[in-house]
Design a protein around this ligand. Structure first.
Ligand SMILES: CC(C)=CCC/C(C)=C/CC/C(C)=C/CC/C(C)=C/COP(=O)(O)OP(=O)(O)O
Length: 431
């Protein structure tokens, strides 16, 4: 099987009758869930489900195999996406399901963002759409190879400049996959820079609306500039669905509206929007192992958890930097439970209470990394090393905060070069 045939990988995975009994209820004690969450964690399963369904419905049905990688070979042994989705419904890893059976952390009290119905409606609409028409949308636009090469080179540079760790992971991937990863990253970063960068004051909802229109153009095969062109090529090559991209823009909207998060429910949704979506975009690129015995939904869930864990980590690493921009991502109710407030964050004083809340936050991020880990082995073999590497590198940031005695108010957690290389070889052994 060709590694680029992400779609066929997914379908092959689904051909397996067995269904996942993913083990997050049996996680090692090292990763037992921290004290913070009491009852439940927010549900975004419906969002992930929608993406999986949409993604699958873009794949060809039997006898309609085209020439693009996304509609790849497999000797015509595709199943109809609809039947696939039905059979795999609700199987697999889901963090909120494990809440009752684990010692869930203390902090989380409320339940579920109310977006479920909205998303369910989209799922319904999508499942009614015509598969042939969707196959058309996977056709690759004509584009000169030289132009595309330059477009991807620009994306690579953006990724290298803005996301060192992510870039390092991408270097371990096959060429086609790394290019796709760079294109997605470059697209997201350009928008993120408008929200977070030096020109953030000029950011407005209407500007984000116009980027959303431009996103549609990218998916329709009408890129506006080179970075867009790379993404157009990527979405057609890997048959990516637009929904997670739109959700990411929604996350940016949220960032322009909000600079405080009342509770973990709110923060979780934000993390899904700005980082979990990257996981959803990336699974078709990484490819699912043909012999995977778990549901596709579970694998997408794990990918979302990876993004969430990464975002929680970045929030802990960047507390001070964010505070300087007037932003505090730590849930307000959790700060209060530890006798802390915004004032303490701005005062940059590392107290025992601060250390205690940091321990809980770190434990929570590790919990999500642990969930993400369980998805890696179900991806195409060539994606294991890059993913283990990113996972270990990101987790090392948490270790580094601990090594700094939880001082992320005056110090920035950092992973040195030597450590990075050691982690790459550790990741290689795990892969
Ligand atoms: C586990 C399974 C099944 C799939 C994984 C699917 C993937 C690759 C998900 C990626 C999720 C993720 C880590 C999203 C965040 C991406 C990102 C660009 C983060 C920022 O990059 P850093 O390298 O942390 O940047 P810094 O330079 O700020 O450190």
């Amino acid at each position: 099987m060709e590694q680029t045939r992400a779609g066929s990988c997914i379908h092959n995975g689904l051909l397996q009758e067995q269904v996942l009994k993913w083990t997050h209820n049996e996680g090692s004690s090292k990763h037992a869930f921290p004290r913070l969450l009491k009852e439940d964690i927010p549900r975004i399963d419906h969002r992930v489900k929608e993406t999986v369904k949409r993604q699958l419905s873009k794949m060809p049905i039997q006898g309609q195999i085209g020439t693009s990688p996304c509609s790849g070979g497999n000797n015509g042994r595709f199943m109809h996406p609809k039947s696939v989705v039905t059979r795999t419904r609700c199987k697999g890893i889901s963090a909120h399901k494990c809440s009752s059976s684990r010692a869930f952390p203390r902090l989380l009290k409320e339940v579920i963002p109310p977006a479920e119905l909205h998303v369910q409606e989209i799922v319904k609409r999508q499942s009614q759409a015509n598969n042939l028409a969707k196959q058309d949308s996977c056709r690759r636009p004509e584009c000169s190879p030289v132009f595309l090469e330059e477009a991807y080179r620009r994306c690579r540079n953006i990724c290298k400049d803005y996301a060192g760790t992510y870039y390092l992971g991408s270097l371990l991937m096959t060429e086609e996959r790394q290019k796709a990863i760079w294109a997605i990253y470059a697209w997201g970063t350009r928008i993120d820079e408008m929200v977070d960068g030096p020109n953030a004051v000029y950011m407005s909802t209407s500007l984000l609306d116009s980027w959303e229109e431009r996103l549609q153009d990218i998916f329709d095969g009408h890129p506006y500039d080179m970075v867009d062109a790379a993404l157009t090529d990527t979405v057609s090559k890997f048959c990516l669905d637009i929904k997670p991209f739109k959700d990411m823009i929604e996350g940016m909207r949220m960032d322009t509206r909000k600079c405080r998060y009342e509770n973990f429910q709110e923060l979780y949704l934000y993390c899904y929007y700005v980082a979990g979506t990257t996981g959803l975009m990336t699974v078709p690129i990484l490819g699912i192992k043909p012999e995977s015995s778990v549901s596709v939904q579970s694998i997408y869930n794990a990918a979302v958890y990876f993004g969430i864990a990464n975002q929680l980590t970045n929030i802990l690493r960047d507390v001070q930097e964010d505070a300087l921009r007037g932003r505090i991502y730590l849930p307000q109710d959790e700060l209060a439970q530890f006798g802390l407030s915004d004032k303490d964050v701005f005062a940059r004083k590392v107290t025992d209470n601060w250390r205690e809340i940091m321990k809980e936050q770190i434990a929570r991020a590790r919990f999500y990394y642990n969930l993400a880990e369980q998805g890696i082995s179900h991806l195409d073999k060539a994606s294991h090393w890059p993913l283990w590497s990113s996972l270990l590198l990101y987790q090392q940031i948490l270790d580094s905060i601990e090594d700094n005695d939880y001082d992320n108010l005056t110090k920035r957690a950092y992973v040195g070069r030597t450590k990075k290389f050691l982690l790459l070889s550790q990741a290689y052994r795990k892969a």
